[in-house]
Write a protein that binds this ligand. Structure first.
Ligand code: SAM
Length: 261
C-alpha cells in the first residue's frame, strides 16, 4: 500500500511516521508512506499556496491550483483522494477498514480556514476525525495513516489482536491485564488466571458488552450481537452488573460481588 500525505508542514508529520509500528512497517516495505510538500506544487516566485476568500470574511483559504497539481502528479490508477475536513463524515474503525483495502491513498491536509471548495469536489472522500476544529489537517492525516496502516496484513504481527480490539465487532474492548498479578492491593480478575478458555471468552464478552453499554450505548445499534448478547444487555437494563452475569472470581474464591472492580 502507498499513502501520500500532502501538507504545507512536512516536518510536523515526518517524525511521527519514523517511530514505532509505522516506522517498522515502512522499513519492512509493508507500506510506502511519502510526505509531499504542497509548496513544491505552487508556482510563481513566492510559491503562494493560500489567498483571501471571495465574499469577505477573515482568514485565508488554500488555493486550488497547488492541490490539484499535487494530486495529478501523485495520482496512480488506484489512487483514492481523501480530504481532511471537520465537515466530513466521521472517521471510524469501519472507514479505516475500508481505506485499508485500497492500494493508494492521497491524504490532503488543509490549513488556515480550509481549502477552496473545488478541492472538496475533486476529492473522492472527506473525513473528520471528530467534532472539533484543529489548526490543520496534519494530525488528522496522521490519525488516518496510523489507523489504516495497522490494519494492513503483517503490520501488527504478534503484538496485535486487531479482531478483538475496540470497534472491531462494534463493541469496546474488555479490560486487559499483565503482570504482576497483584499491584498495590489490586488483583487481576481470577478468571483470567483460571486457564478455562471458554470462561475467559464468556467473561471478556460480558465485559465488552458492559463497557459499551455504560460508556458508548450509541455503538450497540451497529454492533454484531447474537441472542445471548441481547439477553445480557436486558439484564444490565434490569440493574444487574457484568459481575452478576459472569463473575470474575473463580469457584474457589466464591462469586462475591466485590471480587472484582
Ligand atoms: N474553517 C473550517 C471549518 O470551520 O470547518 C476549519 C478549518 S481548520 C482550521 C483547517 C484544516 O484543518 C481543515 O481544512 C482540515 O484539513 C483540518 N482539520 C481541522 N479539524 C479537523 C477535523 N476535526 N477533522 C479533519 N480535519 C480537520
Amino acid at each position: 500500500m502507498r499513502i501520500d500525505i500532502v501538507t504545507l508542514f512536512p516536518s510536523m508529520v515526518e517524525p511521527v511516521l519514523a517511530e514505532s509500528m509505522i516506522g517498522r512497517a515502512r522499513k519492512a516495505g509493508l507500506v510506502d508512506i511519502r510526505v509531499v510538500n504542497l509548496r513544491d506544487y505552487a508556482t510563481g516566485r513566492h510559491r503562494i499556496t493560500d489567498d483571501y476568500q471571495f465574499g469577505g470574511g477573515g482568514g485565508m483559504v488554500l488555493k486550488p491550483e497547488p492541490l490539484f497539481a499535487a494530486v495529478e502528479a501523485l495520482r496512480t490508477p488506484a489512487a483514492h483522494v481523501v480530504l481532511m475536513d471537520p465537515r466530513g463524515p466521521r472517521f471510524t474503525q469501519a472507514v479505516a477498514a475500508a481505506l485499508a483495502q485500497r492500494e493508494h491513498l492521497i491524504l490532503l491536509a488543509g490549513r488556515y480556514e480550509g481549502v477552496d471548495e473545488r478541492v472538496s469536489e475533486m476529492a473522492d472522500e472527506t473525513v473528520s476525525i471528530g467534532d472539533y476544529v484543529l489548526t490543520g489537517g496534519e494530525l488528522p492525516a496522521l490519525v488516518v495513516t496510523d489507523a489504516v496502516t495497522r490494519l494492513r496484513p503483517g503490520v501488527l504481527g504478534a503484538e496485535g489482536a486487531a479482531e478483538r480490539e475496540s470497534f472491531a465487532s462494534g463493541l469496546l474492548e474488555p479490560p486487559q491485564y499483565t503482570r504482576p498479578e497483584e499491584f498495590d492491593g489490586r488483583r487481576v480478575p481470577a478468571v483470567l488466571l483460571s486457564g478455562d478458555h471458554a470462561r475467559i471468552a464468556r467473561w471478556r464478552r460480558v465485559q465488552a458488552l458492559w463497557r459499551t453499554w455504560r460508556a458508548r450505548p450509541d455503538l450497540l445499534g451497529g454492533a454484531e450481537l447474537d441472542a445471548a448478547d441481547r439477553r445480557i444487555l436486558e439484564r444490565f437494563e434490569r440493574g444487574e452488573t457484568a459481575d452478576d452475569v459472569e463473575p470474575a472470581a473463580t469457584e474457589r474464591e466464591g462469586h462475591g460481588r466485590d471480587s472484582t472492580r
